[in-house]
Design a binder for this molecule. Structure first.
Ligand code: GLN
Length: 477
């Protein structure tokens, strides 16, 4: 088997057994990237020299008999909204097209401590705003299963890179579904952790009360390994909580006997394609046969989640993007003006794409005097009702199981001119972000047309372990 196809676990074992070197593994990934990236557009920046240097350093240590963490020497791809010291980080926006961060995000720092080999940066919708990467300044990422289709978004590049074996694993961000939806479209695993479980320091903020960072990988075990490395309190991100990080691999016990799985009926209703429901239910039935107790539950507030998100997210986004004015942050306008307001207009007019402008306008509108109570405040109250829905249901069941997306990957161009239709693609992923709970996307098979479908498990806050147990059983069905 080609080295680039290995999982973290397999690669780690091979490296320790001296079956191959990290340099060879890294080169195998670059070869795959060289063959495929022109077609797929998953990577927007490569760091060949840096990666090979990291790989050789690990090889040397292994040759010297040093014991290293399992992630050491294993090639990873990083979403281009996550700061990487000395490697361009653009958020796929024109306003940051030349930005080279002077420091690493905490997740990158933590992965480097484990000996990560960082191959390069992956494509996303500008500032992570989208569900298809069609809003990227660098153009769309294509789905490795069918290049006429999108890879999903906003972490489309991270998911496609894993699915096409251009890297062993990747990291992405999930504010309203951006890890889970592309993972499901590309047929790989993706975990959105509990809000506050993984530090966001050094990651450009989209919507601060929703943003999370997590892994995309080829197996559940790999998801557990990456989580082990990146979870935990960080004094540079005070939204991270001081909750002990469990041994995630200990949850991969393959046993769902007695596990109570709830099926929220609102996630199987109108607008969800039958082929998607069928593939998900097929697996749920098998979990029942393996000893899980499956019952239908109701989350009646689900129908308001998209509206809540598309009011509060733009409000937070518009505030977060205020700093990009071409003065302290962001590219200067082509012809700078002496008039400050005119300067801002030019810098931001040239620097942001249409979708970002749309969201800034919505965000400033819902926050403006006279509209704040009617929109922003009301949405916050409804968000609380969504949270209560989950709290109530988790008194009855251990995890929830549902489709990730109402439909498989759509065609490039199909939704891009219809923002509302694109926003509805997030209908099943947004609720978990609203409640800050963890959720994992798992591949459950392909449609007749050959497009992957994903099932997500959701659990109460800080119960990632339950997700891993359920997902590991599903993986072996
Ligand atoms: N598709 C959603 C949006 O456009 C989610 C994005 C995300 O999770 N970053 O906002």
């Amino acid at each position: 088997m080609s080295l680039n196809k290995l999982t973290i676990k397999e690669a780690g074992q091979g490296l320790r057994g001296r079956d191959f070197s990290s340099e060879e593994l890294t080169k195998a990934c670059f070869e795959e990237i060289d063959g495929k990236n022109v077609g797929l557009n998953a990577f927007v920046e490569l760091d060949r020299e840096g990666a090979l240097e990291q790989a050789r350093a690990v090889d040397e240590k292994l040759a010297g008999g040093e014991e290293l963490p399992i992630l050491a020497g294993v090639p990873c791809a990083v979403k281009d909204i996550i700061n990487t010291k000395g490697v361009r980080t653009t958020c796929c926006s024109p306003i940051l097209r030349d930005f080279v961060p002077p420091y690493d995000a905490t997740v990158v720092e933590k992965l480097k401590e484990q000996g990560m080999v960082m191959l390069g940066k992956t494509n996303l919708d500008e500032f992570a705003c989208g569900a298809s990467t069609e809003h990227s300044f660098f153009g769309v990422t294509k789905n490795p299963h069918n290049v006429k289709c999108v890879a999903g978004g906003s972490s489309g590049g991270s998911a496609a890179a894993v699915a096409a074996d251009m890297c062993v694993y990747s990291v992405g961000t999930d504010t309203g579904g951006s890890i889970r939806q592309p993972a499901s479209f590309c047929g790989v695993y993706g975990l959105k952790p509990t809000y506050g479980r993984v530090s966001r320091s050094g990651v450009t903020s989209m919507a601060s009360s929703w943003d999370t960072i997590g892994p995309i990988a080829k197996s559940v075990e790999d998801i557990a390994l990456v989580m082990q490395a990146i979870a935990g309190r960080d004094r540079r991100d005070l939204t991270t909580l001081d909750v002990a990080v469990p041994d995630y691999s200990s949850f991969l016990n393959g046993n769902v006997k007695g596990l109570k799985i709830g099926l929220p009926k609102e996630y199987f209703g109108e607008g969800v394609k039958k082929e998607v429901t069928d593939l998900v239910m097929n697996v749920v039935e098998k979990l029942r046969e393996s000893g899980a107790i499956v019952k239908e539950v109701s989350l009646p507030m689900t129908k308001y989640a998209v509206a809540v998100y598309y009011i509060t997210m733009p409000a937070e986004l518009s505030a977060n993007l205020e700093r990009f004015d071409g003065v302290r942050y962001g590219k200067k306008p082509v012809k700078p003006s002496d008039d400050l307001v005119d300067y801002y207009f030019k810098a931001r007019g040239e620097g942001f794409g249409d979708e970002i402008k749309r969201r800034i306008m919505i965000g400033t509108y819902v926050l403006s005097a006279g509209y704040y109570d009617a929109y922003y405040k009301k949405a916050q109250k409804v968000r609380t009702l969504i949270i209560r829905d989950f709290e109530r249901v988790f008194e009855e069941v251990d995890v929830l199981a549902a489709p990730v997306s109402p439909f498989p990957a759509f065609e490039i161009g199909e939704l891009v001119d219809d923002p509302l239709a694109m926003y509805m693609a997030d209908v099943l992923t947004i609720p978990a972000n609203a409640a800050g709970i963890p959720a994992i996307s798992c591949p459950v098979g392909n449609t007749i047309a050959g497009l992957p479908v994903g099932l997500q498990f959701m659990a109460p806050q800080f119960e990632e372990g339950r997700l891993l147990t359920a997902a590991s059983v599903l993986e072996n069905l």
